[in-house]
Design a protein around this ligand. Structure first.
Ligand code: NCD
Length: 305
């Protein structure tokens, strides 16, 4: 039985297969409409979510399956003190697959060690978010057609932004990738990721606080929200939250074929005026997330069509 806890749980070939299935779903949705008939997905979300939970649920419905849902910690037995392990054992009695989001790093891993059904990490604290990475990867693939040789800028909260951690880990498999890390000094990418992912794979990277200085180099600009919920004090959050606000003016020196991604939700970091720029692909990214989650559910449930 397979789980998806970390993006490294998938080989490069498997990621390519998921892209292939997602693109086939986009072309031939009817073929998949009953693929998960009689199967149930449990979405266990102990942290806020709009896109991730709803896209998992939409994905399962579009595969002809059903959904059981915990939408916040307070409405489940977690509020009574139940452990993640016991929750996983319990939900295994009702469902066929679990997607779990949890504020504690490692909670979906603990769930996977105790569940008798596949577990998908839908975001664990400030750690990882592998299914957002699948959405990001399909978006880059559809916009650029390749990963090799791209210069990818990550801007904003690189310390707590779990989507950044997982996407860097996925991209570091491809040749010629160049990573540009743009953040305030306080929100730099954690050193364990620089060491264990970037340096270990020989990925060239630069760190800067200045988005405008690096703008002309970028093929992809991955904007992120400053992760308010991970701060220990409000003052630091208020000081750092508007460090980067992307406005049309700042795109003047950007490449004509830049792709601007954002996992969403956005707060202030991308002006709404950018939404109509053809380089803004963050709403396409939302849609791609649903197709990749459909492909992932099929894979983990070992559905053969
Ligand atoms: C991200 C997350 O939850 O980490 N959102 C998402 O799943 N699309 C990004 C964020 O909350 O800033």
């Amino acid at each position: 039985m397979r789980n998806l806890i970390d993006i490294q749980d998938l080989s490069t070939t498997e990621i390519e297969e998921l892209i292939g299935v997602a693109e086939d779903i986009i072309e031939n949705p009817k073929k998949y409409a009953e693929a998960c008939h009689g199967k149930k997905l449990a979405t266990l979300f102990f942290e806020p979510s709009t896109r991730t939970r709803l896209s998992f649920e939409a994905a399962m419905y579009e595969l002809g399956g059903n959904v059981l849902s915990v939408t916040d910690a307070l409405s489940s037995s977690a509020a009574k003190g139940e452990s993640v392990a016991d929750t996983a054992k319990t939900v295994s009695c009702y469902a066929d697959i679990i997607a779990m989001r949890h504020p504690k790093e490692g909670a979906p891993l603990v769930a996977s060690l105790n569940a008798s059904i596949p577990v998908i990490n839908a975001g664990d604290g400030g750690h990882n978010h592998p299914t957002q990475t699948l959405a990001d990867i399909l978006t880059i693939h559809r916009e650029k057609g390749h990963f090799e040789g791209l210069t990818v800028g990550f801007c904003g909260d690189l310390k707590f932004g779990r989507t950044v951690h997982s996407l860097i880990s996925a991209l570091s498999r491809y040749a010629g990738i160049h990573i540009v890390l743009i953040s305030p000094a306080e929100l730099k990418l954690p050193s364990y990721i620089k060491k264990d992912v970037l340096q270990k794979n020989g990925i060239p990277y630069e760190q800067t606080t200045d988005l405008l200085a690096v703008m002309p180099e970028l093929d992809i600009l991955y904007m992120t929200r400053v992760q308010k919920e991970r701060f220990f004090n409000e003052e630091d959050y208020l000081r750092l939250r508007d460090s980067y606000i992307l406005t049309p003016d700042k795109l003047k020196t950007a490449k004509a074929d830049l792709s601007i991604l954002h996992p969403l939700p956005r707060v202030n970091e991308i002006a709404v005026a950018i939404d109509d720029d053809p380089r803004a692909v963050y709403f396409k990214q939302v849609k791609n997330g649903k197709y990749m989650r459909m492909a992932l559910i099929l894979k983990l449930l070992e559905v053969v069509l």
